[in-house]
Design a protein around this ligand. Structure first.
Ligand code: G3H
Ligand code: 13P
Ligand code: ZN
Length: 317
């Protein structure tokens, strides 16, 4: 099947009490590992591309690699999504390039500015007559702490989503899904040692009371597997006290209104740990196919675990 948008995926996920994994892709091995895991488990999947990924890999390469994955897994629903689109122009460029879904991240703007830019993207993306297809749009309300290429929000500036704003925002913009801030954050250092890592599921419930049946998105949802933190540290890395979101809490969110769970840092960690270990154990290796084979296999295992044990999206394709 061709690329799909996220509409049907989210409708089924909401009703079924599970979530779709949205995994960031930056190179061929990552695209292969994610889609092989999703293919083997018959799971719908979202491949997402950030502005940083477009810059690193060149958007064309990523689009064609995703196209290759579709040819390899013709029965799998796969969406190609822009992660953290920072402007109307960037969203438009990705839509014009064939992406099936985009995020417009106006969370750093004032509420009214966020409404205006999100509505402009929705008007463009949803114009089926002009575009020939319906591109789904994700908006964001609330501010997550952490660092991405495009945004750097300090802990003091982070803000939980205000449930009293969500109905107005969704109604005025026409967004298809909404990312909210309930205690997740970007990167590998989400909590400090000794802190109780808890999501504000009460805010999620307040949001979904105001938006019954509406798909909610969680960014910054890596669990930072300690197995890979240890591997990085054991083999020459320095990632002290990297702590993520407990997987049981993500599973709980997936049973509720959360239909999309974003995971990037876990893949980075898995890839880095695997490569470091490979180098330490095989100092004579210098063929990238040797160490990238290990990394790709471990990412596939990691994504399989997420699909089966956290998202619950296996056999839902
Ligand atoms: O949320 C951000 C993603 O982890 C993408 O990160 O902007 O460094 O590619 P990036
Ligand atoms: P993590 O840093 O927790 O993997 O979050 C990824 C993300 O939100 C991508 O948009
Ligand atoms: Zn994000």
């Amino acid at each position: 099947m061709p690329l799909v948008n996220t509409k049907e995926m989210f409708e089924k996920a909401y009703k079924g009490g599970y979530a779709i994994g949205a995994f960031n892709v930056n190179n061929m091995e990552i695209v292969q590992a994610i889609t092989e895991a999703a293919g083997a488990l018959n799971s719908p999947v979202i491949l997402q591309v950030s502005a940083g990924a477009r810059k690193y890999a060149n958007s064309r390469y990523l689009i064609h690699m995703v196209q290759a994955a579709i040819e390899n897994f013709p029965d799998l629903p796969i969406a190609l999504h822009l992660d953290h689109g920072s402007s109307f122009e960037l969203c438009k460029a990705c839509i014009d390039d064939g992406f099936s879904s985009v995020m417009i991240d106006g969370s750093a703007l004032s509420y009214e500015e966020n409404v205006a830019v999100t509505k402009a993207v929705c008007d463009y993306a949803h114009d089926v007559k002009a575009r020939g297809r319906y591109i789904t749009v994700e908006g964001e309300l609330g501010k997550l702490a952490g660092i991405e290429d495009a945004v750097n929000v300090s802990e003091e500036d982070a803000q939980f989503t205000n449930p009293d704003e969500v109905l107005d925002f969704v109604t005025r913009t026409g967004v298809d899904s909404l990312a909210i801030a309930i205690g997740t954050s970007h990167g590998a250092y989400k909590f400090k040692p000794g802190q109780n890592p808890r999501l504000r599921l009460d805010i999620l419930d307040e949001v979904s009371k105001r938006l019954p049946g509406f798909p909610i998105v969680l960014h910054g949802a890596s669990s930072v597997p300690q197995e890979y933190v240890k591997m990085v540290n054991q083999y020459g890395g320095a990632m002290p006290d990297a702590i993520g979101i407990p997987e049981e809490q993500l599973r709980e969110a997936a049973k509720r209104a959360v239909c999309k769970i974003n995971i990037d840092s876990d893949i980075r960690l898995c890839m880095t740990g695997s490569i470091r270990k490979h180098f330490a154990e095989h100092p004579d290796h210098f063929d990238p196919r040797q160490y990238l084979t290990d990394a790709r296999a471990n990412i596939k295992d990691l994504v399989s675990h997420k699909i089966k044990d956290v998202l619950g999206s296996d056999n839902k394709a």
